[in-house]
Design a protein. Structure first.
Length: 599
């Protein structure tokens, strides 16, 4: 039986026998998983790996086996049909099926077609995993090491305690699995508040367990510059403190740790907007409006979307010299072929402080702010591309479709869309751009916590606003601009390719959930990231629908509740989603008895 899909009540009744016999519920759900019925397979605690030698592979296996043995994992909750609650009768469970004579699993046999495949965009991550009734081996096949790592992650979840001091896989099982999208990730922001290496590694552990492969690292912002740059050692003076910095060794450690877990690290240095800290230490003339008031109360003087202001001066030749040296140095550290170069939220009022830009605009009355944005693209993009022949750039969509945008953006640049939801996805893909989906209405993990700016008189009210009138704390210009809080269901139910043609849909490379850090540091980063990011992990790995096209949100409920417990067991401080009662009473906390309510 394939345990995929949001089952209707009748379908749940029909298929209960096999489901009730299996307590495990791995996340992300495999694309194709078929269980047998012959009974549990005992698993030796001395599982041996039979595989061609590859350091990454063997180290990953050591971690997986250590986790299996040390955790002695028992699923916190088991899948159960809604029919276990009246008015439907409770069907007979087959979970106590007799154990067939079956050899104990003592080995994991791995076959890999291409041991040398690099961890870069588009690498094959597929795998198969087979546990047969009459075999003493788990058989894994994969095109690359990176697919085999995902097989190990699945195996970690399906090998559980047998309740007698040993281990078991509950039934013979056959899995054929591969991701829907090549880009599956989260974004960590270390510019607004500092996030330590220890906590970044914790996020990588969560990503590996949920088969995510893409860490978008927003390194800096206008508020702080935490990275040491040999070319300009003075830049790190704009870190929050000497302890809140990253050495080259720190950056390399994150990259190495991530790679060992099948995760690419794509750095972002936001330019030319969001650029004050660090840059201003090299030469104040290359930063415009850094000392202005950001002015959110009088928009005439507005220079930044949040404090502190600062943008690279696009018409200053020195800007490009400094940008090149910083970019080249970071490119020598980060091994991924991709590099994110920002491009979002240019504020034109900021450039009122630039004599170079104001003079350039005055020289020709036909010149516009879009021409200024184009000047940046024409002069910066060649610098970004010349560092490596296989360099591919990522930029925020603003450079193409915001109020101030370049006239022409090269089509080989990947655009990350965060505004406009389905509308912007459609427009970008129809225009021929490959995209990463990060729609703020669905995927921003920092939303809904209220605003961080202080001296805000809008909070000085003695009652809540009328729910039928605009509320600045919900999708408005204050409080939390992107409220409400994005629940895991909001993320999981997002059909981001809706209404795209087949050719447009091919331009969607995947999705990344950002966690901006205005209100995030080490104390809360994991709880705000997990387990909600796991909902995106399944969405981009195997989707949110069953083979009949129905949403499987209800089935995902028990899977993500169980996975949260698994994350915590593995040392990842994931937040609780429900009262613990809901874990042991599947469906008791559903809003709708009707299991087809979510379509």
């Amino acid at each position: 039986m394939r345990v995929t899909g949001a089952l209707s009540v009748l379908a749940a009744l029909a298929e209960l026998g096999s489901v009730a016999a299996v307590a495990v519920n791995p996340l992300p759900a495999p694309r194709n998983i078929t269980y047998g019925t012959s009974g549990p397979k005992a698993v030796s605690s001395f599982l041996t790996l039979n595989a061609p030698y590859n350091q990454t592979l063997y180290e990953a296996w050591d971690r997986a086996l250590t986790s299996i043995i040390s955790l002695r994992w028992t699923p916190a909750t088991v899948p159960a049909p809604i029919s276990s609650y009246e008015p439907f009768p409770t069907p007979t469970s087959t979970s106590k099926s007799k154990r067939a004579a079956s050899p104990t699993l003592t080995a994991v046999d791995v076959h890999i077609d291409d041991l040398a495949a690099d961890l870069q965009h588009g690498v094959d991550e597929s795998y198969t995993l087979d546990v047969a009734t009459d075999s003493p081996s788990v058989n894994i096949t994969a095109r690359t090491v990176w697919g085999a790592l995902h097989a190990f992650t699945t195996l970690q979840q399906i090998v559980i305690s047998d309740g007698k001091g040993g281990f078991q896989i509950e039934q013979p099982v056959s899995i054929k699995d591969a991701p829907l999208y090549p880009v599956r990730g989260v974004m960590v922001d270390t510019g607004r508040n500092f996030v330590s290496i220890k906590k970044i590694l914790e996020q990588l552990d969560g990503m590996a367990l949920s088969k995510m492969n893409f860490l978008h690292w927003h390194l800096d912002d206008s508020q702080s510059w935490p990275m040491y740059i040999n070319a300009y050692p003075e830049m790190v003076k704009d870190a929050y403190s000497p302890q809140e910095t990253f050495t080259h060794g720190d950056l390399l450690h994150v990259i190495s740790y991530a790679r060992a877990r099948g995760i690419r690290v794509v750095p972002e240095v936001d330019m030319p907007g969001h650029s004050a800290a660090g840059w201003q230490r090299v030469d104040p003339s290359i930063v415009s409006c850094a000392n202005s008031w950001w002015s959110n109360d009088d928009y005439t003087y507005h220079t930044a979307v949040e404090p502190t202001p600062g943008q690279l001066d696009i018409l200053n030749n020195k800007t490009y010299e400094v940008v090149k040296n910083v970019y080249d140095e970071l490119s020598s550290i980060f091994s991924d072929h991709w590099f994110h170069v920002g491009g979002d939220e240019l504020q034109t009022n900021c450039y009122n402080f630039s004599s170079d830009i104001m003079t350039w605009l005055a020289q020709n009355s036909s010149r516009t702010w879009d021409d200024v944005a184009q000047y940046w693209v024409d002069h910066a993009v060649p610098i970004f591309k010349e560092v490596k022949s296989d360099r591919r750039l990522v930029m925020w969509e603003d450079i193409f479709n915001s109020e101030t945008h370049a006239h022409t953006v090269p089509k080989d640049i990947v655009l990350q869309t965060w505004n406009g939801g389905l509308t912007n996805i459609k427009n970008l893909t129809a225009s021929g751009y490959d995209i990463i989906v990060s729609s703020s209405d669905f995927m921003y993990l920092d939303c809904g916590y209220g605003g961080f700016v202080t001296n805000d008189p809008r909070y000085d009210v003695m009652s809540n606003p009328d729910p039928n009138t605009p509320n600045f704390n919900y999708g408005g210009n204050g409080g939390s601009w992107c409220a409400p809080y994005k629940t895991w269901q909001r993320i999981y139910d997002y059909d981001f390719t809706l209404n795209l043609t087949d050719s447009e849909a091919k331009h969607v490379l995947g999705a990344v959930s950002p966690l901006w850090s205005e209100q995030v540091d080490d104390t809360v980063v994991s709880g705000k990231m997990w387990p909600r990011a796991a909902a995106l992990a399944e969405l981009v790995w195997s989707g949110n629908r069953d083979t009949a096209g129905k949403k499987r949100t209800t089935q995902m409920t028990q899977r993500i509740l169980n996975f949260r417990e698994y994350l915590v067991a593995n040392g990842i401080q994931a937040a609780p989603l429900v009262p613990k009662y809901c874990l042991s009473h599947p469906h008791a906390c559903d809003l709708y008895y009707n299991q087809t309510a979510v379509q």
